[in-house]
Design a protein around this ligand. Structure first.
Ligand code: PLP
Length: 389
């Protein structure tokens, strides 16, 4: 009989697993559940990327062990993409690391550059998987509260002096999961200044980097003067190209952090299937029309959902990007009680805000990953509960 190691026992509970269980139990009763709780893109990978992969799959060259540190051509394509899209210069070999999805990079980075007992800062609310990196690296965690009053950006001036002194690494995520908030160049400049002054490394999770609304393209952290001195950006093909199942992403920026990620990868992985890396090159080198079409779809859905919610007196937080809506819960309910009520009485599944940390209490997250008319139907079902009258 084997027991889990101490480290594994400290891993956080997988919050989405319990949500899926609740939703499945409701579906098993025969209910027609409208699932707004998940974060899994519903659209297929664009055809031209699938075709590129299929072609490459047939090539025996791609059946061998791949280069340990990723296809050099993909690294060049990633650097060219940053130059074209953001005006950021990156050295493909020293400032780009290819990852089997960005989650792996986000989880392994603390292990790669911190020692047990070091301190790191995470946003609250935030993407729950960041906590896995904290547990695996056995580092100390301090949370940076994101408030609506501060547009869900951390306010560095409110952090405890000792925490600022001790912290070695911090994570940001804009466009933000779960709030849909976006960052400004001024905020990123403040971040670089704060990080430099206090010796803190920065990881900006750009998973939703392509998804900005109302004509505003999200800015890259690496566009900020001095950003490469303090940190990296994590990128993924999962959202912008609907390639979540393919497992491919990359990190870009500070060469020391990139080297640390590469070192850890040398020991744990051999690299992503070469045909997938080749297809990723095709995606980056494309005219980005598929991305623009996808953003237009999410913006249309956001507008449809906001309209339906406002029609029943439910006022959304005005999200600027990502594919989520961040909705306040009515007075007298916790996030979880409200989410349970919606599932129970309206067969509408949503993610309770506290699943993203205490800072998410008072909100629920709605995924814009189904089409009309289901949004409107969800809001009409919720209207019948008379919670916003
Ligand atoms: N970061 C955020 C904020 C996410 O929401 C997700 C996925 O949902 C990821 C990272 C992980 O993406 P990937 O598929 O590249 O591992």
């Amino acid at each position: 009989k084997f027991e889990e190691s101490n480290i594994l026992q400290h891993l956080p509970k997988q919050f989405f697993a319990s949500l899926v269980k609740k939703v499945n139990a409701k579906i098993a009763t025969g209910a027609d559940v409208i699932n707004l709780g998940q974060g899994n893109p519903d659209q297929p990978t664009p055809e031209f990327i699938v075709e590129a992969m299929q072609k490459q799959t047939a090539d025996p060259q791609n059946h061998k062990y791949a280069q340990f540190r990723g296809d050099p051509e993909l690294k060049k394509a990633a650097a060219a993409f940053y130059q074209r899209e953001y005006g950021v210069s990156l050295d493909p070999e020293t400032e780009i690391a290819i990852l089997g999805g960005s989650k792996i990079g986000l989880v392994e980075l603390p292990f790669a550059i911190l020692n047990p007992g070091d301190m790191m800062l995470l946003p609250d609310p935030g993407y729950p998987d960041y906590l896995s990196g904290v547990a695996l690296a056995q580092v100390k965690l301090e949370l940076m509260r994101l408030t609506e009053a501060n547009h869900f950006l951390p306010d560095y001036d409110t952090l405890d002096k000792q925490v600022v002194e001790d912290a070695k690494l911090m994570y940001l995520n804009y466009p933000n999961n779960p709030t849909g908030a976006v960052a400004t160049p001024a905020f990123y400049q403040k971040t670089v200044d704060f990080a430099k002054a206090n010796g803190i490394g920065v990881v900006q999770d750009f998973a939703y980097g392509a998804i900005g609304f109302d004509g505003h393209r999200p800015v890259s952290f690496l566009q900020t003067p001095g950003a490469k001195d303090v940190g990296i950006e994590m990128d993924t093909f999962s959202k912008s190209f609907n390639m979540a199942g393919w497992r491919i992403g990359f990190a870009a920026g500070n060469a020391d952090m990139i080297e640390a990620i590469n070192l850890i990868q040398d020991h744990l992985f051999v690299s992503v299937f070469p045909a997938i890396q080749k297809a990723a090159i095709t995606a980056l080198n494309s005219d980005q029309q598929s991305v623009h079409d996808l953003v237009a779809l999410y913006e249309k859905r956001r507008n449809q959902f906001f309209k339906a919610a406002r029609a029943i007196g439910w006022e959304p937080y005005p999200s600027g990007g990502s594919f989520y809506a961040w909705m306040p819960v009515p007075k007298g309910y916790t996030s979880e009680a409200f989410a349970d009520l919606l599932l129970d009485k309206a067969a509408v599944a949503v993610a309770p805000g506290n699943g993203f940390g205490d800072g998410g209490e008072g909100f629920i997250r709605v995924g814009l990953l189904i089409d009309e008319p289901r949004f409107t139907e969800a809001c009409q079902r919720i209207a019948k509960l008379h919670l916003f009258d």
